[in-house]
Design a protein around this ligand. Structure first.
Ligand code: CTP
Ligand code: CA
Length: 226
């Protein structure tokens, strides 16, 4: 094989990747969102397709990114919509990688008309409710034996300890832990991470393109599938 061309080691496999960041609407013109660019999820989708997988990409608010060739893209907006699309696609999937930044909370109420200022009055507080935790739910109720489930976590402070605790709490097989900071992760082309596995192993991924991290994730997934 030529350099840069991968063995089709995911041929015959169906993988689901979520990407982007959910938006939780307050009214027809406003939402609560996050800074996820979607680039890591798209890199995962492209690299999986290049390795022969059938790929479903559940894409939350990524209209700024071109659809990867040969990938089935399912656009979603909110966490509830993302959950529905991921669970549906996961029913026959060999692996699910949750790279999307899913909002933990959504506004308790949606105003069908635009929220207006009222003269001399303070605004109403925004009341939030919890969103479903898609990764924890899928990890707890495995729909397919042997399905490999991967989460992503952006952490600050004691990054590895936070990551280990999160991996245990979520119950997934692999957790990709990024350290976030001023000039790290969000929207940048390059990334650096450690992939923590439920079996206790740690795979450091040096600073580099998001495709390189994606290929490491698929290496670890492929090893668990075979
Ligand atoms: N995730 C999810 N559903 C949610 C929130 C998060 O599926 N409602 C997934 C993300 O896609 C990611 C992983 O869980 O793969 C970790 O997300 P993170 O926000 O780091 O985890 P939380 O449990 O929400 O922890 P925190 O309180 O630190 O935000
Ligand atoms: Ca969260």
């Amino acid at each position: 094989l030529a350099r840069g061309v991968r063995e089709p080691d995911l041929a015959g496999r169906h993988v689901v990747v979520s990407a982007g960041g959910t938006r939780e609407p307050l009214d027809p013109v406003r939402f609560l969102g996050n800074r996820s660019s979607g680039k890591q999820g798209y890199a995962l989708a492209r690299t999986a397709a290049a390795r022969g997988a059938r790929v479903t990409l559940v894409a939350a608010n990524t209209s700024h990114l071109p659809d990867p060739a040969g990938v089935d893209v399912v656009p979603v907006g909110t966490a509830v919509q993302l959950r529905e699309a991921v669970l549906k696609a996961a029913a026959d999937a060999d692996a699910v990688v949750m790279a999307a930044a899913v909002a933990d909370f959504r506004p308790a109420a949606y105003a069908t008309g635009k929220i207006k200022k009222k003269d001399g009055q303070d605004p109403e507080p925004v009341v939030l409710v919890r969103n479903p935790d898609v990764l924890a739910e899928m990890s707890a109720d495995r729909v397919r034996p042997g399905q490999v489930i991967v989460g992503f976590a952006a952490e600050t402070d004691d990054v590895l300890a936070n990551g280990r605790a999160k991996l245990a709490r979520k119950g997934c097989d692999l957790l990709v832990v990024n350290e976030v900071g001023e000039r790290k992760t969000f929207g940048f082309e390059d990334t650096e991470a450690v992939v923590l596995a439920a079996d206790g192993t740690e795979t450091p991924v040096p600073h580099g393109p998001k495709e390189a991290l994606a290929d490491t994730v698929w290496d670890l997934v492929a090893a668990r599938l075979s």
